[in-house]
Write a protein that binds this ligand. Structure first.
Ligand SMILES: Cc1cc2nc3c(=O)[nH]c(=O)nc-3n(C[C@H](O)[C@H](O)[C@H](O)COP(=O)(O)OP(=O)(O)OC[C@H]3O[C@@H](n4cnc5c(N)ncnc54)[C@H](O)[C@@H]3O)c2cc1C
Length: 447
């Protein structure tokens, strides 16, 4: 019987382990943290249970995922319609997915004419899609790019559109050669089925789901080692035979699956090729600051999220956790900042950050009476790798380096250059990876 080690008990690792164990493949999971769930775990803040980001699921899972989720959560979920808005420069907001009438209301006749001409120019001109800006301009025209995406993408990444990867554009507006009408529909109008889609949120938060995964993994014979400290891979040349723990214990495995960040994998190999080290240093990380706020007076924010495109507001997104939970009473809101290590806000005290949050809230809700009860600040260093033109190159170099090793498979969020890779993607990828391994083992057994 094969034995597999999985490093990391986030959604990807848990999902792969559950699938492997259901097919009688033995699995041990090593998790550095004292709990499972990775970045998608529920945390205690201000006496409430909330997420590190607006995590939720669409109820249209792929069938493989649906089986586990329905079994684990049963009816213990809130079902809601997605209500998300975009807050624009002029204070107006678009519904997401908004009606075409909202967009038209937002654009003057002159702007519509300009948008049409710039789109036509893009369609007739030479295609150059080497970066985010040129990709977007060629898909929707310069006018629409500048009006809706230029400032927001700069706010997210602190990088000009001409230095961001076209992949970022693809993850925003989808793959393939879409025509203008379908892009505009996708961006702004949505489609009927999207509007009909229901969303779910576990009544006790997402950690409830991760705990159920853990129980199922352990009841099927899998082991989950929390607070795990890994020292190195157990290597025979470039063949990975297992892992060596910090206390020197050697654990042998047929295959090691890793969902941890690349520098951590590199440390386990014990090899640091200079060229790779240098190119990894060029990765532009964005830190994230979450400011959780409890309000004394209800704001009645019906939306789950407000994306703050307005360039005069530093915050990028607002989340109202009550609207996931059909909860009335004291609202727990969360306002989000994406920042470089050197930016003043990252260096600021919690009190200073709260003042910035209050000032931004006043701009998002002008004229509203905002009475705060209390605040909490949570900082996540190196939360996102900016999708700049360099990232794919670094990722490919890392893949080439790992390809020299056998016995290791890397997957999950850290292996992806798509910044939009979310919890549901991680769960789906876990199943996919497990299925591939199961098929390989079955083929091996039949030979
Ligand atoms: C700020 C932020 C907000 C987000 N908001 C959303 C959202 O609203 N919706 C959404 O769908 N997705 C969101 N995501 C993304 C989502 O959380 C991830 O895609 C998902 O958690 C990925 O799962 P994973 O298992 O691949 O990785 P992770 O969740 O990162 O899990 C990796 C695990 O590996 C462990 N680990 C790391 N190093 C080691 C080591 N050396 N040894 C052992 N264990 C180790 C970590 O502790 C962690 O538990 C957000 C991400 C961030 C950073």
């Amino acid at each position: 019987m094969s034995t597999i080690a999985i490093i990391g008990a986030g959604p990807a690792g848990l999902s792969a382990a559950a699938e492997l164990l259901q097919h009688k493949v033995a699995v041990d999971i090593y998790e550095r943290d004292n709990t499972v769930g990775g970045l998608a775990k529920t945390i205690d803040v201000l006496g409430d249970r909330v997420e590190m980001g607006p995590h939720f699921f669409s109820a249209d899972f792929n069938p493989g995922l649906k089986k586990n989720i329905s079994e684990f959560l049963k009816d213990d979920v809130f079902v809601f319609d997605r209500l998300t808005r975009i807050c624009l420069d002029n204070g107006l907001s678009l519904k997401y997915p908004p009606q075409i009438s909202d967009i038209l209301k937002n654009m003057s006749f002159t702007e519509m004419v300009k948008a049409s001409f710039s789109y036509l120019a893009a369609m007739l001109g030479k295609k150059n899609e080497t970066d985010f800006e040129s990709y977007m301009k060629s898909k929707i025209g310069g006018f629409m790019y500048e009006k809706f995406f230029m400032d927001y993408s700069k706010k997210l990444w602190n990088i000009d559109g001409s230095n961001l990867s076209p992949q970022f554009g693809i993850s925003l507006i989808g793959f393939g050669d879409l025509n203008f009408v379908s892009i505009i529909k996708k961006l702004f109008v949505g489609n009927k089925s999207a509007r009909l889609t229901k969303y779910i949120y576990p009544k006790k938060g997402f950690s409830e789901l991760w705990n159920k995964y853990s129980e199922m993994i352990q009841s099927n014979g899998g082991n989950i080692y929390l607070n795990a400290a890994l020292k190195k891979f157990d290597l025979d040349g470039k063949k990975i035979n297992g892992i060596i723990l910090d206390d020197g214990t050697v654990k042998k495995y047929d295959l090691v699956l890793s969902t941890i960040p690349d520098p951590a994998i590199l440390a386990l190999t014990g090899e640091f090729p200079d060229t790779l080290k240098e190119s990894m240093k060029k990765i532009h990380f964005r830190n994230v600051i979450f400011v959780y706020m409890q309000m004394d007076e209800l704001l009645h924010v019906a939306d789950q999220n407000i994306y703050v495109y307005n360039k005069n507001i530093k915050a990028v997104r607002l989340t109202n956790f009550n609207s996931f939970r059909n909860k009335t009473g004291k609202e727990t809101l969360m306002i989000e900042y994406w920042t470089d290590e050197q930016e003043p806000i990252w260096q600021s005290s919690d009190e200073e950050i709260c003042s910035i949050a209050k000032s931004d809230m006043a701009k998002i809700f002008p004229g509203e009476k905002l009475i705060y009860n209390r605040f909490a600040v949570k900082k996540i260093p190196r939360a996102y790798r900016a999708p700049d033109v360099n990232l794919e190159h670094v990722n490919n170099s890392f893949i080439a380096f790992l390809n020299e090793y056998s016995g290791l498979l890397r997957f999950g969020r850290s292996s992806q250059v798509n910044f939009n890779y979310g919890m549901e993607d991680a769960l789906n990828e876990g199943i996919k990876v497990a299925k591939k391994i199961i098929a390989m083992l079955e083929q091996h057994a039949s030979e």
